[in-house]
Design a protein around this ligand. Sequence first.
Ligand code: ADP
Ligand code: ZN
Ligand code: MG
Length: 496
Amino acid sequence: MALAGNVSKGVDLSRWEIVIGLEIHVELLTDSKVFCGCATDFGGEPNTRVCPVCLGLPGSLPVLNAKALEYAVKTGLALGCEIAPFSKFDRKNYFYPDLPKAYQISQYDLPLCRHGHLDIEVNGEKRRIGITRVHLEEETGKSLHAGTSIVDSPYTLLDYNRAGIPLVEIVTEPDLRSPEEARIFLEELKRVVEFAGVSDVKMEEGSLRCDANISVRPRGETRLGTKTEVKNMNSFRAVQRALEYEAARQVAVLESGGRIEQETRHWDEAAGVTRGMRSKEQAHDYRYFPEPDLVPIVLTPEQIEKWRQELPELPAARRERLMREYGLPPYDAEILTTSRKLADFFEEAARQFPDPKMVSNWVMGELLRLLKAEGKELDQVNVTPARLVGLLQLIRAGTISGATAKEVFEEMFRTGQEAAAIVERRGLQQISDEETIRQLVQKAIAANPEAVESYRKGKEKAIGALVGQVMRETRGKANPQLVNRLLLEALGKPGQ
Ligand code: ADP
Ligand code: ZN
Ligand code: MG
């Protein structure tokens, strides 16, 4: 295992078992907030999307957003949870300026969803990770700490636009056994919520956040060790790195005869270390009590069943189907299901083209490469499945070569034009006329006596220089198979 930071250098983890449980917060994709009508979209001038309810002004009353409830239940269903027929909201009391009421409306002893699981694959091994609970709560405001870090910040600015956005908290059992496994779990969880259509899960915009609980114990020990909770990771990579550091730190403390203190620790991405912040509040410190301003949530089996039926196909099922229906290898199915939009794009194209593997190669290859290079999302570019198919048809018909197609695709990607129009305008049609190519072949032979000589002496590779010359002359448009055949005809077998 690669270890970050000094503390972890030289620590031998082989005698120890790592135990990890995650608490993940996911913002739900509703148009309005969970207990008021304010808009939820990201951005906007600070403190412009607020009202008496989400600012917690005295006398204001919350009303539950039906869509938020539906999405929370669908999150639970997508994670194989049992949905509670009766649940309620509770007040979680704590004083922190991002929470103007001095309590957060959350759920305590009767959460909406419980006892679920998510299956992942880690290094070829199937693992089932238990989901303890999924509950609905309100998002807090955003604190903007001045200075370089929260630890030494001189003052804090507050933006309440985010306060009251519906949030689900997903809590896992302490079933994860390595930092890598935690990262893989998060990647799959992200896909599940995105496929379920309940969140856009953009970690960089903070719509998915993760706190990680971690402890270590000697291998063979069945009791859990004392855990720490690590916060402030901004990417799945960071979660893995923070946990690698923290596991090694804990082992180093224990092996030198020390004790782990139960505490919250802050991940410092730049320094690659975790630092203690404050000792973890015990649950009773929050003085949870039932929220008197909201009625309990009562769900009929029919309602739950209806929402279950509405759930779209989830990533695991989709991967299976892509392999079965289109004959794709597992690797392709995995890549194509990294987002629902990408899977939809592939399928829409594959339905219009006879060679699904070729579609998959182009989507995984050129399309993803350009998206990554431009830092764009699929819905921000002009290439549609139908336009990709248009390009593939030109390759299949022999109108353009594979190399030319890549060039054409880049232009399609940038301009949104049809492949055929670009090929026509730039005169990129492949030259497949035998007479034209034969003449170019003769010219290449005449101009490269050395290559011809060594080919005739048996060095078959020397023919490459001749092919290259023809391709250069035609700016890559000569049909390569034809060039090869005509060259061989003209030169005869090597050694003759
Ligand atoms: P707390 O009371 O501190 O909130 P919980 O029992 O509610 O702790 O668990 C919170 C999270 O921590 C869960 O994801 C759980 O799986 C995980 N967890 C609990 N105990 C441990 C442990 N000893 N080591 C690692 N993770 C743990
Ligand atoms: Zn509001
Ligand atoms: Mg807890």
